[in-house]
Design a protein around this ligand. Structure first.
Ligand code: GLU
Length: 653
């Protein structure tokens, strides 16, 4: 039970309607409070959600890339999220003296409403947290789990005995739905680091769900692309589609009283109200569905039970922290592969001088990356992904090779890996390093676009970097009580073995599927070389390319001196191993026409043997960097121009 909930469990929903406006006491600077949590436009400041000109929550068609975004600078607190209304909810919590974790709870509740294609209470979340008081860095694991009844064939056969057709449609059946972890994890983090009452943090989302919000460009696209799948679920149809089955359009006002009700139960009863009782029963009923409402054929039910939900445990895990030049970078340990992969990439790159390879010229969008800079980073990524693909899975089930993380991040090992990089020729496909007792692991399946990243700093100096997901856009398309259920189990390998033996990332009862999510925190080292002050929080959605998005943002800020917006905006590039190197063609500094034949970066990489793919890279990076303005500490933030997010805080400019 949430300790901060205890006294307040009886608060009525009506009493939750408005956030109490406490005075900014410790830490904050009230001279900035007047325009805090508003956006600054040429015509003055605008309240987000007011509908006034300049309000970033006014729906507009989604664009591949919004040119001209500038870093936002604030005095003491800041939120970046992928939706203006969610950012506003978090910022108001911080303005009111709440902690970074308090704000994360409020942001997540709103994201589940306004960006349901990407995250929500029916999904899973990883959170990195820095406690400015104790200086401790903590990783929180709210990853979904496979049900206790799952066997290694859970995703590919209806039963172990019947391996023939009908085969389950893993993506959009009950089989892909993992036991959600987000709510339990947030409750755990809030117990550890919350300052505000848990119940109060749900008020903004409940209010918006009851009163309605307008469908944004990206949500409209997500609904439009999924209409036939949503038609299979009567509750999803009723919410996302018009009566004639067509998708609800951009700008339509959506009200979600069922979600308001679910959040109200969680607000009053804590996570138990989600994992037991009527909400849990609705989740199980939905996972058990066997027929499509639109007659599209049978749906394979999942085997999740009420006991699976009641037994779900979030975990506090030891973060993956490693030195990179004069900084320490901390990330998410398994079951995510993100922290280890980012640390390996940086550890390999430490063996090269990257600063002279900065983009030329640097501009407001980050600038034009150099051929040699992209080459080196992509090669380091090939080597890191080779290890990731071979070795990393849920370490509660499958140990890492060698001595685990220390072996994979050993400086000598990474130096030896770096020596495999040629300055004149791409390695193509890198092989994993050799370790004693290593087990092979297959690749996960499926396209991933259902994720969101949130970065938060509060006035006390605490930091949250949180990546939250339902896996694919709109998850499994199963919808109950106003929220989407994830399809996270497709991050497992559906095949339990290959020619070389058992696959580490195979399905098993209660196991967590391997992730690529990489919420990241960067610290300056002190003179003794140990982790010192907080410097940077970042992360992104993007499936397995998350690792590349985070690596370029970190290198952009640390090695190339880009500000939070430039590093976030910077061209996305990199490789997940194999001959292909991505160069994000959506970026204004990349000429992707005619397959990039007129772009010197693309041409230069091809000359080094890279197979260059200039397809759009749909990152959703959110970055906060601690800096100083006019001699005083300040924060700068950048939201990804490829998505809809904004930065808010006690803004200086
Ligand atoms: N489910 C993916 C993971 O955990 C993330 C999907 C996405 O970024 O859209 O790595």
């Amino acid at each position: 039970m949430n300790s901060k909930l205890g006294n307040h469990a009886a608060i009525s929903l009506a009493a939750l309607g408005v956030l109490a406006l406490a005075a900014c006491s410790d830490g904050g600077d009230d001279s900035f409070a007047a325009k805090a949590c508003e956006v600054t436009t040429d015509a003055g400041t605008v309240v987000v959600g007011s509908g006034n000109p300049g309000d970033p929550s006014l729906p507009e068609p989604s664009s591949g890339y919004k040119v001209g975004m500038k870093a936002v600078t604030s005095r003491s607190y800041m939120v970046v999220s992928a939706n203006p209304l969610a950012t506003r909810a978090g910022c108001n919590v911080l303005k009111d003296g709440g902690s970074a974790v308090d704000a994360a709870v409020a942001v997540q509740a709103v994201l589940g409403l306004v960006e349901p294609q990407s995250s929500g209470v029916g999904g899973g979340t990883f959170m990195m947290h820095y406690d400015a008081g104790t200086k401790q860095v903590q990783a929180y694991d709210g990853r979904e789990t496979a049900p206790a009844a799952a066997t290694e064939d859970y995703l590919r056969y209806v039963t172990d005995a019947a391996s023939g057709s009908p085969l389950p449609n893993a993506r959009s059946s009950g089989r892909s739905i993992g036991t959600p972890g987000t709510v339990r994890m947030l409750e755990l983090a809030h117990n550890d680091h919350g300052r505000k009452q848990w119940s109060s943090l749900y008020a903004p989302a409940i209010d918006l769900a009851n009163n309605g919000f307008k469908i944004s460009g990206r949500l409209a696209d997500a609904i439009g692309g999924a209409a036939s799948n949503l038609q299979r679920d009567p509750e999803a149809s009723a919410y996302f589609l018009n009566a004639d089955g067509t998708p609800k359009a951009l700008g339509t006002t959506l009200k979600n009283p069922d979600y308001a009700n679910t959040l109200g139960l969680i607000a009053q009863g804590g996570a138990n109200a989600f994992y037991t009782g009527p909400v849990a029963q609705s989740i199980i009923d939905k996972i058990n569905v066997t027929t499509s409402a639109n007659g599209a054929g049978p749906i394979t039910p999942g085997l999740t039970t009420l006991t699976d939900l009641a037994n779900y445990q979030p975990k506090r895990r030891e973060p993956v922290c490693s030195g990179y030049r004069s900084w320490t970078v901390c990330g998410m340990p398994p079951p995510s592969s993100g922290g280890i992969a980012v640390a390996q990439i940086l550890g390999i790159l430490e063996n090269f001088q990257l600063a002279p390879l900065a983009p030329i010229p640097i501009d407001g969008e980050g600038g034009k990356p150099t051929v040699q800079g992209v080459h080196l980073i992509s090669e380091a990524e090939r080597l890191a992904y080779a290890d990731r693909n071979a070795y990393v899975a849920d370490t509660d089930f499958v140990p890492l090779p060698g001595n685990g993380i220390p072996s994979l991040l050993d400086k000598g090992y990474l130096k030896q890996r770096a020596s495999m990089i040629s300055l004149t020729q791409s390695i193509g496909t890198a092989q994993p390093g050799t370790f004693p007792n290593a087990q092979p692991v297959g690749l996960s399946i499926g396209l991933e676009r259902g994720t969101s990243h949130v970065s938060i700093v509060d006035r006390y100096g605490n930091v949250v970097s949180m990546t939250t997901t339902v896996e694919s856009s709109l998850g499994s398309y199963h919808f109950t009580r106003g929220f989407i259920l994830n399809n996270e189990l497709t991050d497992f390998s559906s095949a339990p073995s290959d020619a070389t033996g058992p696959i580490a990332n195979r399905v098993a009862a209660n196991k967590r599927p391997r992730s690529s999510m990489a919420p990241t925190l960067v610290f300056k080292n002190n003179t003794a070389g140990a982790r010192g002050d907080f410097l940077m929080a970042t992360g992104s959605p993007g499936g397995s390319t998350i690792i590349q998005f985070v690596a370029k943002t970190v290198v952009g800020a640390l090695d190339w001196g880009l500000d939070a917006q430039q590093a976030t905006s910077l061209v996305n590039f990199g490789s997940a191993n194999g001959p292909t190197t991505n160069v994000g063609g959506e970026h204004p500094d990349v000429d992707a026409s005619n397959n990039g034949i007129n772009d010197p970066l693309v041409v230069g990489l091809r000359a080094l043997g890279h197979t260059v793919n200039t397809a759009s890279q749909s990152s959703g990076v959110g970055t906060i960097i601690r800096t100083s303005t006019e001699g005083a500490a300040s924060l700068t933030g950048g939201a990804d121009p490829r998505r809809e997010g904004i930065v808010l805080g006690d803004v200086i400019r």
